[in-house]
Design a protein around this ligand. Sequence first.
Ligand SMILES: *Cc1c(COP(=O)(O)O)cnc(C)c1O
Length: 427
Amino acid sequence: MLNFNITGVFKKLETGPVTFVTSAVYVIFLSMDKKLIEESKKYLMNTYNRFPIVLRKGRGMKVWDSTGKEYLDFVGGIAVNCLGHCHPKVVIALQKQAQRLIHVSNLYHIEPQIKLARLLVENSFADKAFFCNSGAEAVEGAIKLARKYAKDHLSPDRYEIITAHGSFHGRTLAALSATGQEKFQKGFEPLVPGFKYVQYNDIDALKKALTDKTCAVMLEPIQGEGGVKMPSETYLKRVREICDEHRLLLVLDEIQTGIGRTGKLFAYEHFNVEPDIMTLAKGLGGGFPIGALLAKESVAASFQPGTHASTFGGNPLACAAAVATIETLLEDGFLLDHCRRLGKYFKDSLDRLKKDFSSNIIEVRGLGLMLGLELTKAGGAIVESCLNRGILINCTSGNVLRFTPPLIVLEKEIDSLIEALEDILAR
Ligand SMILES: *Cc1c(COP(=O)(O)O)cnc(C)c1O
């Protein structure tokens, strides 16, 4: 079903006047969608509150649903599609690699995996990389590596990791246990032991939480899922100092902030700190699933053959997509520069919006193209109004509109979003 080419119909619906033919086609597609959505509810576990549209095509900042309706995408697959939808470099890299070799396992050396590791090492604090398939899997790896390092170098009963309230580290059991938000953990107890939560941005709380069992501190440089919360100017630097004083590892979870999202390749570069371990995923494959764990040599050495593994991790296809993504992102520094400029333009626009609607908006936060708008009440209705107007946005933490568009977003596209928000807030 729905496997015929509908590009022509898209064109007609995008450009032509709505003739009898196109409106008849529209009605047919709507009824096909209705059936698909019914099947979605019938066959898929009910883990997501999905919007009632079926997305079938994407290019750059835009996606289209199967009726041909166009949307400006300010979600970007939740900070994943950093180069936009179907970027030609990523598409071609995937096509070429798919024809050559799709999977062989890590029993052998894999060229795109080696290339990707070199790219990441040469452009970060790290000396070594380990590849996996998702953010949560990268976090699991980070937790295991931190524990193993402590066992190897410090003491057998140093295993506790301190994380922050409001953090988000993923949905697998250990990543969920590391996540400092009860609402995600409820119903899945008993959690994995060995995690302690402290207030984000509170250095004294961190100091008080340290015990002779602590082995690491894990933080997001900017809390994403928790509502785009910024660290204070000196927070991460102070955390680094405390880690050094107490021989703790600093793990930065850059799954959302990494790969250019904040205007630098990695967010830690803004704050003058370097982690010992870093997790990546989301934007890394330009839309293709891949996760990574990066570490300093001395820490990475605690993983030896047999200590950690992943069948699909570093798969040729995923690594080819990631190499194409990073190479494109770093070409001439153009895209990172664009991200910083457009991020500022976007934030200034949101700040103006806040001035005009001070009774609806509490705060504008974020860096680069990871921005949040905290509302005085729940944001779901605004997300829905935007969807109806052909703009995709996301709401996190109940009342924070989160914007994580592709890094190629243009001023006029930001203007369209701001106009829509003005209009919606004015009602
Ligand atoms: C999204 C996210 C994760 C989880 O990634 P998945 O690929 O969904 O498992 C972990 N940490 C942070 C900071 C994230 O934003």
